[in-house]
Design a protein. Structure first.
Length: 157
């Protein structure tokens, strides 16, 4: 049994879809139909993993949105950012990323932390404006724990 859940809230022609758990071969998007909407907001904060079968199901599902619908990805965890960067069609042509997490790490303490980057604050278009300093709970300075040219590649599209 998959630990996947999908819920949909519709307000007129706009809908918000909240996804959580593992997006895998057992993930079903049947309850979140996208026909007839003009805007889809997909909140991904709870997604913990995705595999190749889940990617296939995701792309089949997201393609059910009307071609003119605006698609917004919100609170993208690293596993989703990686797919946006690697898999054509994972983020549709009419799609945009509103916010995503960036991993930070402190060599001194060994602590890891996920920092949410939001459109208009930490990034705008392809321009990055990361926080000047990120500290862990013990006050140690943390560094971005990604290869920037690869991780932020999707912002160049």
């Amino acid at each position: 049994m998959s630990q996947f859940s999908a819920t949909k809230e519709q307000n007129g022609s706009e809908c918000k879809v909240v996804l959580s758990g593992h997006v895998d071969e057992d993930a079903t998007f049947g309850s979140v139909q996208l026909e007839g909407v003009s805007k889809v907001i997909v909140d991904l904060d709870g997604v913990t993993a995705i595999n190749s079968c889940g990617i296939r199901e995701w792309i089949k599902w997201i393609r059910t949105a009307p071609p003119t619908a605006e698609v917004v990805y919100r609170n993208c965890p690293k596993v989703i950012v990686d797919q946006i960067n690697m898999v054509a069609g994972f983020l549709p042509e009419t799609g945009k990323v509103e916010s995503f997490y960036v991993p930070y790490y402190s060599e001194e303490s060994g602590n890891e932390k996920m920092i949410l980057f939001k459109d208009g604050a930490e990034f705008k278009g392809s321009e990055l404006n990361p926080p000047a300093e990120v500290k862990d709970d013990s006050g140690e300075v943390m560094e971005m724990d990604v290869i920037e040219a690869k991780y932020f590649k999707f912002l160049q599209k």
